[in-house]
Design a protein around this ligand. Sequence first.
Ligand SMILES: *Cc1c(COP(=O)(O)O)cnc(C)c1O
Length: 337
Amino acid sequence: MIVDLRSDTVTVPDEAMRRAMIEAPVGDDVYGEDPSVNELQQEAARLLGFEAGLFMPSGTMTNQVAIAVHTRRGEEVIVPEGAHVYEWELGMMATFSGVVPRFVHAPLGVPDPADLRAAIRRSIHQSPTGLISLENTHNKAGGTVLPLDVIAGAREVATSEGLPLHLDGARVMNAAAALNVPVSDITRHFDSVSLCLSKGLGAPVGSVLVGSKKFVGQAHRYRKMMGGGMRQAGVLAAAGLVALRDGPKRLGEDHRRARALASSLVNAGYAVDLASVQTNMVYATVPDAARRASEWAERGVKANALSENSVRFVLHHQITDEMLARAIEVVTAPVPA
Ligand SMILES: *Cc1c(COP(=O)(O)O)cnc(C)c1O
């Protein structure tokens, strides 16, 4: 039995999803003529509370296209420390949009709206602020959720300062599940939102960027510049539609299993910041992490060693209770002398 807990990106399309892909009506999406892509874009926009959506191959592309639309060269983007748009997107905000990040302190991935306001720069001697970009759930902080009052506070700052507010919502469906609210309660505060279909929702490929009609019209041009104009992409969008419809209702189970794994790790003597275990991720302090992870992998349990003493486990819908029990057995076994 292989139990792959490296990421929620490792899921593979099941029967129903593959059937939807085979049967999808398709056309040339660069001409806007793929019915499945159009349906996905409309459905994602409606679900998140926006006028329009745009399908792209990856979350990196949706985020970087959003940054390109919202900013001008030489500006700063205010982000919570550890933000994926900077830490894991290879400097693209600089190479593509010519902008630089300004980090604000964000314990558990949550910035204080007062700190967002204090980070705004306007003097002619400084790079002006062009955008505030938040992340929900916050990946590097442990899959943590932004409280709704913090989002409302950030919205108030953005509105009063005349700045756009973007959400890297790669896993915003996990945040909605954790808070037990409709996802639009979270997303409606933003000017644009990027959502991954290929994480916990289970599609093989794709992300959607949503915003106003005008915003999405501008986003089209940058998607094409990045090489993200796809042709008969309906075969992918069809999988995305299944993910969007069926994925969210399974996330609560992933969260329950993450909590179970975290408490087993704690009982076995590993340090886990339980306050950070809010959705489908568990970051544990594991001495000699790379070596432990490779021993576990030999016994069929895969996890990501992120540093010398830190391992990340991510739950997803293709991890059953039986597989979780096996993972716990392997990971909590006594360390060989
Ligand atoms: C996965 C992820 C993305 C997008 O990643 P891709 O691999 O490019 O699809 C963006 N933001 C966050 C927080 C993520 O976890």
